[in-house]
Every structure is written in C-alpha cells, then in structure tokens.
Design a protein around this ligand. Structure first.
Ligand code: ATP
Length: 251
C-alpha cells in the first residue's frame, strides 16, 4: 500500500545527527514515512540502521535534529510517541527462562493492558502466526524462527499503527525468513500497518517498495528499486546497491 501525499506522516526525521565519540553514525539525515507504506531501510553493516532505530524508539537522544512519531517528539514526549510503535529489535530480547506466554504477559502488563485483554490478544496473534502449540513452552526450547515469531507477536500486542523491524530475518533459515516477511507484508497490505523494515538483503526488497539506501550515516538514494537502477546507471539492483554503497575508508 502506498502512502497518500495528503496524509500526515507517521514518522518524520529531521536533520538527525548521532555521534559515538569521533565517529559520526548519522549525518543530519531527514526522511518521512506515510501511513500504510512499506519502506525498506537498506544498508550494509555499519550504515547506521540500528542507530536510527535506537533514536526512533527513544533509547537515546540525538546530538542534533529531531524525530516525530505520529506527530509527537520522541525526546519531549516519548510516551505518546512510542504508543503507536511496535518494535522488533535486531538482538533477541526475550527472557529465555520464561514461557512464551509469560514473556508476552509481562510485556502486555508494561503496556498497561489488562490480563484478560492480554490473554485474548496473545491467542489471536498466536493463531495468526501458527504458534498456539508453543505458548506454554520455555523460550529457550524454541528454534530461532519461532523466537522471532514471539518477538513479532509481542510487537503487535497493542495494535501498533507503525512497525519497526531491524534486520528481523538475520540468522533464520529460508522458510522462517519467508514466513516472517510474508506475514509483515500482509499486515501492511491488509491492515494498513506502516512498516519500516531494515535489512542488507536485496531479496527482501519488492519492486514497488520505497527504499531508503543508508550508507555511512547518509541516505544516498531514495525511491523504488527501478529508481535506484536508473539513478546509478546500473544493469540491475545488485549493481545499483554496490555502486551506492562502495567500500572504503570509514567516515
Ligand atoms: P549492522 O547491520 O552491522 O548492525 P547498522 O547499519 O545497524 O549495522 P549501526 O550499528 O547503527 O549500523 O552502526 C553505525 C556506526 O556506528 C558503525 O560504524 C558502528 O561501528 C558505530 N557504532 C554503533 N554503535 C556504537 C557504539 N555504541 N559505540 C561506538 N560506535 C558505535
């Protein structure tokens, strides 16, 4: 689904800068994402994808610039900004010793959800992701694909309008990767959930997606895969990506 030009953006990033000591991880980047869009944040290792996610989710503050989620500034009004967000982080963040349900109930409680509502939502999401039989299992006993599904269920419990996923298929086998990818695309297409999907994998880009290519802290290209190919004069998407993200001295 494509965002409409008239709609208010669900995410606005304005001249965002983040440094770690001498290293500039994000160099004054700006972007907007509109309701219902599926946007791919495409960048090689070290591009700054996780740093951008950490700023959008208010895990830390920018050195300059600002982030608005659903119109709320993440620094000044983080609670309101984060209310419409669901996040799947790159690193696994489940408690391995708890069961699937215990992990999800704990998160639902943090969201202020009643136990009754939480149980109902867990059942709903488990059914949609084929996880009903796993709810009582300790997370430690689940394979990587099932753990990721639990993280996606957790991100969706409060019906977020905007879903952020940071390299969510990393380390998964092809079947698990496809299931997760297809499920999120379906959420976007059928339920209008806005998605920002970070990856370095070109096979996760669809022809109609809006792609933001991030390289060494800057957005070096923004458009469809076709735009990427045209702008670089490349023969295909792989060549376009390689031209946009040359190896070289760290910035
Ligand atoms: P990856 O796919 O490898 O996770 P990424 O695109 O998510 O990469 P970031 O993790 O945001 O990129 O890193 C951007 C840059 O900032 C990199 O050069 C990285 O080495 C550096 N960096 C990230 N976190 C820190 C930190 N805590 N301290 C110092 N440098 C950092």
């Amino acid at each position: 689904m494509t965002g409409t030009a008239n709609a208010e953006p669900i995410l606005v990033v304005e001249k965002l800068r983040k440094t770690y000591g001498q290293r500039v991880a994000l160099k004054d980047i700006s972007l907007s994402i509109f309701p219902g869009e599926f946007v791919v944040l495409l960048g090689p290792n070290g591009a700054g994808k996780t740093t951008l996610f950490n700023l959008i989710t208010a895990l830390f503050n920018p050195d300059a610039g600002r982030v608005l989620v659903n119109g709320y500034d993440t620094t000044r009004n983080p609670v309101a900004a984060l209310a419409s967000l669901g996040v799947v982080f790159q690193q696994q963040t489940l408690d391995l010793d708890l069961t699937v349900t215990q992990n999800l109930m704990f998160h639902a409680a943090l969201q202020g959800m009643s136990r009754r509502m939480a149980k109902a939502r867990i059942q709903e999401e488990a059914k949609r992701l084929g996880m009903q039989d796993r709810l009582k299992e300790q997370v430690r006993k689940l394979n990587g694909g099932h753990r990721r599904r639990v993280e996606l269920m957790r991100a969706l419990l409060h019906h977020p309008r905007f879903l952020l996923l940071d390299e969510p298929t990393a380390g998964l086998d092809i079947a698990s990767r496809r299931l997760l990818h297809d499920h999120v695309r379906q959420l976007c297409r059928q339920e209008g959930v806005t998605v920002l999907w970070a990856t370095h994998l070109l096979e996760e880009v669809n022809g109609v997606d809006r792609v933001l290519v991030l390289h060494k802290g800057s957005i070096v290209c923004e458009g469809t895969p076709e735009d990427m190919i045209r702008q670089t004069g490349a023969a295909d998407l792989h060549e376009a990506f390689a031209r946009l993200t040359p190896e070289g001295e760290e910035a």
